[in-house]
Design a protein around this ligand. Sequence first.
Ligand code: PHE
Length: 466
Amino acid sequence: MEQKSRSSFSGRVGFVLAAAGSAVGLGNLWRFPYLAAQYGGGIFLLVYLILVVTFGFALMVTEIAIGRKTRLSCIGAYKALDKRFGFLGWIATLVPVIITPYYCVIGGWVMKYLFTFVTGQGMTAADNGGFFDSFIGFDAGSLTATMLDFSGPTPWFLLFVLATTVVVIFGVEKGIERASRFMMPILAVLAIFVAIYSLTIPGAMAGLKYYLLPDFSQFSLSTVLGALGQMFYSMSLAMGIMITYGSYMKKENLLEHSVTQIEVFDTLFAFVAGLMIIPAVVAFNGGDPSQINSGPGLMFVTLPMVFESMHFGEIIGAVFFLLVLFAALTSSISLMETIVSVVMDKTHMKRKPATLVVMVIILLVGIPSCLGYGPWAAIEIIGMQFLDFFDFISNSVLMPIVAVLTCILVGHVIGTKVIADEVKEGAGAFHREKMYHVMIRWIAPVLLVTILVSELLTKVFHLFSI
Ligand code: PHE
C-alpha cells in the first residue's frame, strides 16, 4: 500500500537538483572550510577528493539504489534487504536526529548574519571574531530572557526550525523541488565571485598555497577521519537520507550518472567555499597559516571582513547570507524530511502531525547546542561543548559505523550484484562496477574499521591521561 502511494520526483533533473540541494549546504560552506583550515589545508583537500571519488561514490550509489529498489525509507529498507540488519536503519535514522537540531542552530546563525547585513550593520560584524563571540556567547541572565533575546542565537534557531517545518509540511515535490531549483545556481555564481575577490586581498597567496599544496608532514589518521566524516556529512551519506531520496527516484532515471553529477556539484561548492574563506583568513592573520584559529566560527568571522573590504560589501554580504540561508534550508528540509518519513512509515501518522512531532524533538535537542557556548558554556561532554559533541558523535562515530555495516551488508551478505543490477536498470550499464565491488567489499570496510578503532582508542587514552 505504502509503496504505491509514495510520491516521486518529476524527472531525473528534479532528482539531481533535489539531491544536490540536500547535499550542498552548510557542510560545504561552513564546515568544509574550517576543517580544511584546521587539518593542514592542501593535505585535507587531497584526502577529501580521493575519498569522494572512491568511497563517496560507492556509498552514494549503494544508498540510492537501496532506496529505489525497496521503495522504503531507511528503517524498512535495511530490514527488507536482510532481517538481521534492520537495526542499521535505526542507527542511520539516529544520525539525522542528532544532526538536524544543531544544523538548525547554525542555520539560525546564518539568519542572524543575514539580518545584521540587511539592517545595515554588517560592518560591525567585521571585527575579527568579537561580534561572533559575543553573539554565540550571549547570556541575558535568566534562561527565558536568553531564549527571547535576538542578540543571542536562540530565537534565530527557533525561526530557522519553523521555516524548515513549514516547507516539510507541504510535501516532497512542492516543498523541496521548488525551493532548490532556482537558488543553487545563483549561490554558485556569487560564491565564485566572492572567491575570486578574496584572492585579490593582499597576503591571500600564502593562504592559497596552504589550501592547494598538500604538506605531507601534516598527514595523520585524524586527517583521514576528519575528511571521512566531512564526506559523509557533505554528501548526506550514512544517515538514510540518500535512501529516502532514492525511494522517490523513478526506475528509468540514470542512477550512476546522477550520482556523478551530485558529487561534482557538491565538491565544487566545497572547494569554492574553501577558496572564499581560507586565503582570506590567512591574509587577515598576517600571512601565517599556522596562526589561524580555526573552528566552527571561521566562516562567520572571516566573511564579514571580506565583505568589509569590498565595494558594496554590505549589499553583497546581505545577498550572500540570503543564499547561504537557502542552501541551509534545502539541507535542513532534507534532514527533517528523512525523520518525518520514518515517523510516517512507522506510526502511520499523517504528514502534518508527524512533522509537528519531529519539530518538537528538534527544538528540544537543539536548545543545548544553542546555549552551549553561552549560558551553558560550563557544561562539557568528553571535553566538548554540546554542538561539537553532537557533531563528533554523528560524523566521527555513528556515520562510520553505519557505513561499515552497510558495506558488510552489501559486500558480504546480499552481494554487490543486487545493487549493480539496480544501477543497471534504466541505464543498461554500470561503468564503475569493478571499482564499486572492490571498494564496498574490501577497501572501505578495512579502512573504516582501522580509522575508527584507532581514533576511538586515541580519544579514550587521551581522556584518561588527563
Ligand atoms: N549535506 C548537507 C550539507 O553539506 C548537510 C546535510 C547533512 C544534509 C546531513 C542532509 C543531511 O550541508
